[in-house]
Design a protein around this ligand. Structure first.
Ligand code: KG4
Ligand code: ZN
Length: 335
């Protein structure tokens, strides 16, 4: 049997502290510690996020090593999220990785968080066929890529303003649903009528997206109705959620359908936190079926932020010879 390549993955870009162990490309442990502290503020407070990462990182890494049933001396390399994300949060993971790599005399691999989201699709046995179209929808990004292989993802389109996750979170906040908004709005929408209200959709040329107009039209709609009916939101919460969610999902799915005409592939895939959305998953499956292409959607644990995707993509980068130096620095925006 050849030498095992054991990668410890570390993710700390936003508000989840996560660690995972990947052995020869297989995920053997995956620990995530979410930060509840932000719920009182309706959104992520960067300084509180870094402090929580600082508290959580040692126990989370320890748990993932234990669950993988390995000793830390067996680890070949540490893959860490280098960016994009919140600077204070990234610094905790990057510095932890540096210290552990130095102490154990092992290599480091810097991983791009958004690329790791895309390749989370390849963790499963039902991996996509290259090249595939991938919609990556998260709290800070909305991207459409033509993914050629593990090292080349061609950006075809992206949002020109807000990300789709942001559009979910801001509307959820307006409706008083709390944090994190996207999953709560998704839950409320299940019992609602998605045809009850309509919100204007943007007309953005090419394969780019825009969500700020829909979000603003939702805000003004709520304001005008609340002036006449103070309990409007309370009485129509489910329908409001379902109608708004339908508008957002129609926008992204329509763009993917357009991209499928311009860039025909045998497979389409979803990535990022918003790919946990029940309507997006359903609509994507229907789109693939109607066009006769394979649809890949990561399991829920690999959609939202996790370290399995960092360890897995780190494994592929490590094998390709990618290494990070001890003076590697995090980056907050896309590389
Ligand atoms: O990828 P992710 O976990 O973190 C970032 O890299 O940003 O994505 C987080 C985003 C948040 O905006 C969150 O509200 C959204 O994903 N999200 C959802 C759902 N689950 C997470 N949005 C809609 N429906 C969901 N079920
Ligand atoms: Zn993410």
């Amino acid at each position: 049997m050849g030498k095992q390549i054991i990668i410890l993955g570390i993710e700390s870009s936003c508000d989840e502290t996560a660690a995972s162990v990947c052995i020869n490309g297989n995920i053997v442990s995956n620990s995530v510690q979410s930060q509840q502290i932000h719920s009182a503020y309706g959104g992520v407070v960067p300084e509180l996020a870094s402090r929580a990462h600082d508290r959580n990182i040692v126990p989370v890494v320890h748990k993932s090593i234990q669950e993988a049933n390995i000793h830390k001396n067996q680890i070949t390399a540490i893959a860490f999220t280098q960016g994009p994300g919140l600077m204070g949060s990234l610094l905790v993971g990057v510095n932890f990785a540096k210290a552990m790599a130095l102490a154990n005399g092992i290599a480091m691999v810097g991983v791009d968080h958004m690329k790791a989201h895309i390749y989370a699709n390849c963790i499963s046995m039902e991996a996509p066929i290259f090249p595939f179209l991938c919609l990556t929808a998260s709290g800070g990004h909305t991207h459409l890529h033509l993914v050629h292989d593990y090292f080349r993802a061609e950006l075809l389109g992206q949002t020109i303003d807000d990300a789709v996750g942001e559009a979910f979170d801001k509307a959820a906040k307006l409706l008083g649903l709390g944090y994190p908004g996207g999953p709560l709005l998704d839950k409320m929408a299940v019992q609602g009528d998605s045809t009850k209200y309509t919100f204007s959709k943007p007309r953005v040329p090419g394969l780019d997206f825009s969500f700020s107009g829909v979000k603003t039209s939702f805000l003004y709609f709520l304001k005008s109705r609340l002036e006449k009916e103070p309990d409007f939101v309370a009485r129509n919460l489910h329908d409001l959620c379902a109608s708004y969610q339908q508008t957002l999902i129609d926008i992204v799915v329509d763009k993917v359908e357009k991209a499928m005409v311009d860039f025909p592939t045998k497979c389409i895939a979803l990535a990022g936190g918003v790919s946990a959305n029940s309507l997006l998953r359903k609509s994507f499956l229907e789109l693939g079926k109607s066009k006769g292409v394979k649809v890949c959607i990561p399991p829920l644990e690999y959609c939202t932020d996790n370290a399995a995707m960092i360890a897995f993509y780190g494994f592929h980068l490590y094998q390709a010879g990618v290494r990070a130096p001890q003076d590697a620095v995090p980056y907050t925006t896309m590389s």
